[in-house]
Design a protein around this ligand. Structure first.
Ligand code: ATP
Ligand code: MG
Length: 299
């Protein structure tokens, strides 16, 4: 239905919890842009990729309707949209193209903290305030419990105090907001994180190739954030013991040091290297140990 487009269009949250990390992630993929006057659009300069800045709730529909190709959104929003779309018989199935590992939260049931939790059966007949009625309804069905979702689009946590509901099903990361409202999270309906969402089929008009390029860079950027280069020297006779202690990562490169009975070892490792690990390596015979951040990487 949509016109052919030669540029990839990615929807991200305009502001809120996922907006800045999503922009930073795209920037770390080498994307530079010019912002539109109304601040709704980022015109990509370095790549044929444009970014639409929207409310997170709108992201799945923008993709399903073909207005955007990909989006960075919480799994909670994606799942709710998918269930809603299926329930109302519309097509446009979306899937997770990548998990991003940040924006973690849970959709939890929380009950007044002066009540005892005995299990999901206890929710039978209760009113449950939530912004995720479809996800909640699916879970209730799985549990075989008949309760009544009450849809609220904000301030779910005050619904019990206002008498609008008995309990809530709300997003939680630390639980602090719920506890401040005398609610205790008791069980988890959905584990969420930020994801790259897209259609369940390849893109048209050459946009799949642009998406592949972007996702390759994105995978690299995510790995790069964790990568360190570990460098050290050791005697030939200690090499075996030193290699056995190398942190998890790529296969080390061992180089002859000119004119010496010594080798230089370097390895790309995942994550930071602890002091205790460096000390162990030193005890095993390594010296001149160095851990360096990695600025760029292309396998
Ligand atoms: P918008 O104005 O775009 O609709 P919003 O208020 O609906 O914003 P935010 O509060 O910015 O949304 O949350 C965006 C996403 O961040 C959530 O959908 C969820 O995936 C994730 N998230 C992570 N931690 C939390 C948390 N503690 N509470 C709510 N959302 C969280
Ligand atoms: Mg929202």
């Amino acid at each position: 239905p949509s016109q052919p487009r030669e540029r990839l269009r990615v929807a991200i949250q305009k502001s809120g919890r996922l907006g800045d990390p999503a922009r930073e992630l795209l920037a770390s993929c080498g994307l530079t842009w010019r912002e539109s006057r109304d601040r709704l659009f980022l015109y990509g300069e370095s790549l044929p990729v444009d970014v639409l800045l929207v409310r997170d709730d709108d992201i799945p529909a923008l993709i399903a309707d073909g207005v955007c190709d990909l989006g960075i959104v919480g799994r909670n929003v994606l799942v709710e949209h998918g269930l809603e779309r299926a329930a109302t018989g519309r097509d446009g199935r979306l899937t997770e193209w990548r998990r991003l590992g940040w924006g973690a939260c849970r959709l939890d049931v929380a009950i007044p903290d002066d009540q005892e939790w005995t299990g999901p059966e206890q929710l039978a007949g209760l009113r449950i305030a939530t912004s995720y009625p479809r996800t909640l309804a699916r879970w209730l069905e799985e549990q075989g419990v008949d309760a009544q979702p009450v849809l609220l689009n904000g301030s779910v946590e005050i619904a019990p105090r206002l008498g609008q509901a008995d309990v809530v099903a709300d997003l939680v990361s630390s639980g602090g907001t719920l506890r401040a409202n005398q609610l205790e999270p008791v069980t988890t309906i959905l584990e969420s994180e930020a994801v790259v969402a897209g259609p369940d089929h390849a893109l048209d008009d050459g946009r799949q190739e642009i998406a592949d390029l972007l996702l390759r860079r994105l995978d690299g950027a995510v790995r790069l954030k964790e990568a360190r280069l570990l460098m050290l020297r050791t005697g030939r006779s200690e090499l075996g013991a030193v290699l056995a202690l190398m942190p998890a990562g790529h296969e080390p490169t061992v180089m002859q040091v000119d004119g010496r009975e010594e080798v230089s070892v370097q390895a790309l490792v995942h994550g930071s290297v602890s002091w205790s690990r460096l000390e162990e390596l030193k005890r095993a015979g390594a010296h001149n140990l160095m851990v360096l951040p990695v600025e760029g990487m292309l396998a």
